[in-house]
Design a protein around this ligand. Structure first.
Ligand code: ATP
Ligand code: MP5
Length: 333
């Protein structure tokens, strides 16, 4: 069975850049790929292995400065909780961003002590420290996209909403994390109201799984028709696009996107037989933010993100005693 996600749209598809045409970042290339890149010969390279005479420094420095190669990457900010076991939360976000070709930055909302079998303890970040993290990032390297994950308390949500508004954040991908795969509750009941009231209206897209979409829409989701109706309801209620993910369904892993202009797009994916799904939601949302930062439209970003996630599941990494993490680096092995 092939597991490449397929996209079906109910309106004519939009144009966007092809990712396959994009070269991987140089440090991920193999030797023959990187050997084909143009090289700059700096003054320092010419002197390799030989001690430099003092008299040669001044011309050498000017020569080197004139020829320094500069490069840049779109930067993406993850605002999420730390997962000590590395498979979900901030750790999954940063690994995903690196693998998807953007520069990942972090504002940590909570420290969790967890592994693949459960969550032992949670310490929320003090709101002023969270505000400082967001400020320091935006003041220096303004992100092109922002991914928001675990936000467990109202005061944390308030500060995120206020700071992101202040900094005119764009391309906000919000994964409304409620319950961990291991079963632990990761948000308080009163924080759900703050999340939907303050952060949903700012989001470009929200990405609930089926149980989360049921809570957010007060409906039962039994089939794909219900998933699509829930996605529409979220768009109507909160004015942002909504991707309802089918990972918790019983058949294929199909996700549905409803956009504010009424467009509905299904992203079909065959269910992969892999019990290690810790961090799938974190990974998908970070990949969507990464591809938005790289210039994709929302449907294209989701298509590429799902392809990345599918590959990570197909790699069949098997770590830990519970539902384990995925191989975020699968593309480069
Ligand atoms: N077994 C699977 N095979 C293929 N795709 C899957 C599988 N499980 C989940 N997915 C995909 O993973 C993505 C995340 O969906 P899921 O419903 O698991 O989110 P989630 O529950 O928020 O994740 P998390 O485990 O981080 O809480 C979706 O694109 C979904 O279709
Ligand atoms: C810090 C943090 N953020 C998010 C999740 C959800 O991921 P999952 O549902 O796969 O456990 C998690 N377990 N921990």
């Amino acid at each position: 069975m092939r597991c490449v996600p397929v996209m079906r749209t109910k309106t004519p598809s939009r144009r966007s850049t092809s990712l396959s045409a994009m070269p991987p970042p140089e440090h991920f290339m193999n030797q023959s790929q990187s050997a084909n890149l143009p090289r700059l010969t700096t003054g320092a390279a010419k002197h390799q292995g030989k001690p430099l005479r003092k008299t040669s420094w001044a011309p050498l420095r000017m020569n080197t400065m004139a020829q320094i190669a500069t490069s840049t990457l779109p930067a993406v900010l993850a605002i999420s909780g730390s997962d000590s076991s590395g498979g979900a939360g901030m750790q999954a976000d940063l690994k995903t961003m690196l693998a998807c070709g953007v520069f990942g930055m972090s504002a940590i909302t909570a420290l969790t002590a967890q592994n693949t079998t459960g969550v032992r303890s949670i310490q929320d970040t003090k709101p002023d420290i969270l505000a400082d993290q967001i400020n320091m990032v935006f003041e220096d390297i303004p992100p092109v996209a922002v991914k928001i994950g675990m936000v467990s308390a109202t005061d944390i949500i308030d500060v995120i909403a206020e700071r992101l508004t202040f900094h005119h954040a764009t391309n906000i991908v919000l994964d409304p994390v409620m319950v961990a795969t291991s079963g632990a509750n990761l948000i308080s009941d009163d924080a759900i109201a703050a999340l939907t009231g303050k952060l949903f209206p700012m989001a470009t897209v929200v990405t609930p799984n089926i149980p989360e979409a049921e809570v957010l829409t007060d409906t039962l989701i039994r089939d794909q028709e219900d998933m699509e109706a829930a996605a529409h309801r979220l768009v109507e209620r909160y004015g942002c696009a909504a991707l309802v993910k089918g990972g918790h369904g019983t058949e294929d892993a199909n996700d549905v996107l409803a956009e504010t202009d009424g467009t509905v797009t299904w992203f079909d994916g065959a269910r992969i037989n892999n019990p290690n799904t810790h961090g799938t939601g974190c990974t998908l949302s970070s990949a969507i933010a990464s591809y938005l930062a790289l210039g994709d439209t929302l449907p294209k970003a989701i298509k590429h993100a799902k392809k990345y996630l599918t590959g990570a599941l197909k790699a069949q990494l098997n770590l830990g005693h519970g539902s384990g993490p995925m191989d975020h680096f699968w593309k480069y092995r």
